[in-house]
Design a protein around this ligand. Structure first.
Ligand SMILES: Cc1ncc(COP(=O)(O)O)c(C=O)c1O
Length: 383
């Protein structure tokens, strides 16, 4: 029995996506930058994928730059825009709960002499517009605020933030990685200057993503030498990955509405059963403004890591409150920003469902979780 409840970390590759990708690992292996027939044929497929992706994101294909994923897209956009627009200013605003590929980069930029502000969140996990207004300055170049958080799933009021940013004459970037599978997002209607997306979060392959740029705004290139992607990001194309991303996005967008409904029903059932069977749990972040597949739960007085390991031994795969990478065992800065006390920081589990999670999966999880929590509590030195 295997129940995978770690879909914010990565998702299962869709069968149709794999099928669409395979020819590019077999007979259609030519480099799309080559001038011969097979190369040019693949170049047409590359550009067709770009068009389809742009259409599904409701923008134009000249705004799509292919990358190896969203960490790369976030780095490219934020560093590239800040470095290229120093005549405009040196001020960057990010939220206090951005993914490490934004958060750590912002800290690095600060060390290098840029002026960085970290917009706090309230105890619901949402940034406050009034606080944001106060941070905007004349020399604010860029604001980077994610649409939805990877740990607690809370959704930020980006429409309002974009409007205020534009009125201030600054640029806006949003990390859309977690939101794209469930939220109806139109890049052009939102008036987003920059955005980042990663295929493996919506049943596409790993190692491919998109930086959405505005070709009218100055940005330094990420990789120099070769000239691919309008000179912004050189390197031989990952065509199989790009075709896979395009197919996965097409499927995800066409099923978004039904997936959102289905996943939310299962998630709400999960929460109801959790509250019934393990009464002293707490939900981290507000439930209302939250992605439908996320539950981040605090189990009073028990180590999250212990729960995770015991669940894993029963075939149930989850993550603790900290980042997508278990390599970093520091307490989660997202949960700290939410205002959790020191003793509460290590008692959290993130459950992230997928469109394939069933009620039976949840029942099995609850049955095991109840036993695990009871047992761990009986050992706990903290009473
Ligand atoms: C919100 C968010 N941004 C960025 C990333 C990085 O994406 P990638 O794995 O494509 O580098 C992730 C995933 O780990 C994420 O959840």
């Amino acid at each position: 029995m295997k129940i995978y409840l770690d879909n914010a970390a990565t998702t299962k590759l869709d069968g149709q996506v794999r099928k669409a990708m395979l020819p590019f690992y077999k007979e259609k292996f030519a480099n799309p930058s080559s001038i011969h027939f097979s190369g040019q044929k693949n170049n047409l497929i590359l550009e067709d994928s770009r068009e389809k992706i742009a259409k599904n994101l409701d923008t134009t294909s000249d705004r799509i730059v292919f990358t190896s994923g969203a960490s790369e897209a976030n780095n490219f956009i934020i560093r590239g825009v800040m470095e290229a627009n120093q005549d405009k200013g040196k001020h960057l605003i990010i939220s206090a709960i951005e993914h490490p590929s934004v958060y750590d980069l912002a800290k690095d930029l600060k060390k290098r002499g840029f002026d960085v502000d970290f917009l706090p969140i309230n105890n619901k996990g949402i940034v406050e517009v009034d606080k944001f207004k106060k941070l905007l300055k004349k020399d604010t170049v860029l604001v980077s605020i994610m649409a939805a958080n990877n740990e607690i799933g809370t959704k930020q009021p980006i429409e309002e933030l974009i409007k205020l940013t534009k009125e201030n004459g600054s640029y806006f970037h949003s990390d859309l990685v977690q939101a794209i599978a469930y939220e109806d997002i139109s890049i052009d209607k939102l008036n987003l200057d920059f955005a980042s997306i990663s295929a493996h979060k919506f049943n596409g392959p790993t190692g491919v993503g998109i930086a959405i740029i505005n070709p009218k705004i100055k940005i330094n290139p990420l990789i120099i030498g070769g000239g691919q992607e309008g000179d912004y990001r050189s390197g031989t194309y990952n065509l199989a990955g790009i075709v896979g991303l395009s197919k996965a996005l097409e499927i995800s967008c066409s099923q978004r509405k039904e997936n959102r409904k289905k996943v939310k029903e299962v998630r709400d059932y999960f929460l109801k059963q959790l509250k019934k069977e393990i009464p002293d749990i707490k939900i981290n972040g507000c439930l209302k403004r939250r992605l439908p597949n996320n539950l981040n739960i605090r189990f009073e007085k028990i180590e999250g890591e212990a729960i995770l390991i015991e669940l894993s031994s029963k075939g149930i795969e989850v993550s603790t409150g900290s980042a997508c990478s278990a390599l970093n065992l520091k307490s989660s800065y997202v949960l700290m920003a939410l205002g959790l006390k020191d003793e509460e920081l290590n008692s959290n589990i993130r459950f992230t469902l997928s469109k394939d999670t069933s009620l039976a999966d949840i029942d099995y999880t609850i049955t095991n979780l109840k036993k695990i929590v009871k047992r761990l509590k009986s050992f706990s030195p903290i009473k």
